[in-house]
Write a protein that binds this ligand. Structure first.
Ligand code: AHM
Ligand code: MG
Length: 338
């Protein structure tokens, strides 16, 4: 008989594999799982809230309806703050990081960086959105307030990273540096069950995901790469297939399952690309590398970049190793200056 393993059981069974295992990291993942369930519930009734609310901006209780990305941010922060595993959090939704300074946070060793609701512009049209998170050990001395340096660590210092997709089903995917594992939420039971053990990016792929509407702004290397993926060549399985949802988590997850490359280059109206190094690129890079794939900014490994500021943006090339390397080859040839 197939054994149904819950995320909670999996975490306990694999606790010894977690770096610096003392139980705090397991507890932290449990807190994220709990907040994820709450956000999931809010997202599922998003359309309904519009119908039952008065005049769009108020719900039936007369409370102002919060934008879901703000609500998701508040839910993650309040859930994590009410427990003692982390001493601070930085979020894509907030200008600055927040230091948790109650007694129970005194000995906390971890900080969390989070994009509470990625792809939120897709909510109104019923398209999948997600949450992306990243966990680091603090650098500053325990017992003192967290500092900016605790958040500005390179991705290679991550102890865990993951994402939730609120899609046709809700899935939580994470890594602690021992492979990538996916858990599907059963809303009837209220638990996440192991559905994808040790996920591996397929060796080859033929999906490319990029907002081609920005073509005119792209660097020459990306333009030439796009030309290449659209050419006919049986040996390399071209032309590839274009798929772009506009929710990073959904595009990433599909490419991880089916084989593909996701690109958000520099040179659009945003000179360094759109995606944020700390909240989006580093956690996804950790996951794709753990699944055997690769993530770079076109030249350098994403996880080796030294963050300079909390909301720093970087170009992002992420997916199957081979596909990313071909795209990097085009960048190096046509934009050797970087
Ligand atoms: P957000 O964090 O403000 O939602 O922005 C990030 C999102 C990603 O999920 C997605 O891949 C990208 O923005 C889409 O951008 P664009 O609409 O420019 O293609
Ligand atoms: Mg985002």
């Amino acid at each position: 008989m197939q054994r149904h393993i819950t995320l909670g059981e999996f975490i306990i069974e694999n606790q010894k594999d977690f770096p610096y295992a003392k139980g705090e990291l397991s507890a932290l993942l449990s807190s994220i799982r709990l907040a994820g369930k709450m956000v999931n519930q809010e997202i599922n009734k998003a359309g309904l809230a519009e119908i039952t609310g008065k005049f769009g901006s108020e719900n039936v209780q007369g409370e102002a309806q919060m934008k879901l990305d703000v609500l998701a941010n508040d839910l993650f922060i309040s859930t994590l703050k009410s427990r003692g595993e982390i001493c601070g959090i930085a979020s894509e939704e907030m200008e600055d990081f927040v230091a948790f300074d109650e007694d129970m946070h005194n000995d906390a060793k971890y900080v969390v960086l989070i994009d509470p609701l990625d792809g939120s512009s897709n909510i109104d049209v019923n398209v999948s959105v997600g949450t992306i998170f990243s966990i680091y050990r603090r650098i500053s001395k325990p017992g003192t307030p967290v500092e900016l340096e605790d958040f500005l660590q390179p991705g290679n210092e991550q102890v865990a990273a993951g994402y939730l997709i609120y899609g046709t089903s809700t899935i939580l995917v994470f890594t602690t540096g021992n492979g990538v594992h996916g858990f599907t939420y059963d809303p009837g039971i209220g638990s996440f069950f192991l559905s994808n053990h040790n996920m591996q990016a397929p060796a080859t792929g033929k999906i490319y995901s990029i907002n081609e509407g920005n073509y005119v702004h792209f660097p020459e290397g990306v333009k030439q790469y796009l030309k290449w993926v659209q050419e006919l060549d049986e040996g390399t399985n071209r032309p590839f297939t274009s798929r772009y949802i506009g929710s990073l988590v959904a595009d990433f997850h599909r490419n991880l399952m089916k084989g593909g490359i996701y690109i958000y280059p520099r040179g659009t109206t945003a000179p360094n690309g759109k995606l944020r190094l700390l909240y989006e690129c580093n956690p996804m890079a950790f996951i794709i590398e753990q699944a055997g794939g690769k993530a770079t900014d076109g030249y350098t490994r994403i996880m080796d970049l030294d963050p300079k500021e909390l909301h720093q943006r970087v170009p992002f090339f992420c997916g199957n190793k081979e596909m990313v390397e071909v795209a990097e080859g085009f960048m190096k040839k046509h934009n050797p200056e970087g």
